[in-house]
Design a protein. Structure first.
Length: 182
């Protein structure tokens, strides 16, 4: 899997740069700082998943701390939305892990739970869908190129991290656009 590290790294770096630029424009200083810290932890977690095929609990603890700080410092999304975000993506991933052993790792489930707490349920749903779509596109390209076998596993964490990075700034607008809300 190390031969794909360059691809993962480029994708993670692009997500970080896009998020950093949007964070500087947002206008809310504490939200921008929290978002950049969130992105930095996502990159570290994704890189660990690339190297070791696991996401350490230290990243979930850091993300949980950032989510707690966001609850205190950033009023939107509200507490109910954040609590629902905890379960909105992680619960279906957990059910998938139970039904198809080995399909989803525990680190991926915990990552989506704490990220949902940070983002709120609407952005978490968009982020989870985006991350799974990124991972699916990657696996289809690698299958088509003959670089990945049908039964071969790859780390999903970097793609979930990219989806969560997208969700910081694009989650709510995409949710509202997709469901026609205003």
């Amino acid at each position: 899997m190390k031969k794909y590290s360059v691809i993962y790294s480029i994708l993670m770096l692009s997500a970080f740069l896009a998020g950093g630029n949007a964070g500087c424009i947002s206008g809310n200083g504490s939200a921008a700082v929290l978002n950049l810290m969130f992105l930095a932890v996502l990159i570290l977690a994704g890189c660990q998943d690339i190297r070791e095929m696991r996401i350490g609990d230290r990243w979930q603890v850091l993300l949980l701390g950032l989510a707690g700080a966001a609850c205190l410092l950033v009023p939107e999304p509200g507490l109910f939305s954040r609590a629902a975000g905890f379960f909105s993506v992680s619960a279906p991933l957990f059910a998938t892990a139970l039904l198809v052993p080995g399909a989803i790792g525990g680190g991926d489930i915990k990552l989506t739970a704490v990220c949902g707490l940070f983002l709120g349920w609407r952005a978490a749903v968009v982020s989870g869908a985006a991350g799974i779509m990124f991972g699916g596109c990657f696996s289809l390209c690698m299958l088509a190129a003959g670089k990945l076998g049908r039964k071969e596993i790859f780390p999903l964490g970097p793609f979930l991290c990219m989806g969560m990075a997208f969700g910081i700034y694009g989650g709510e607008p995409v949710f509202e656009w997709f469901f026609g809300l205003s």
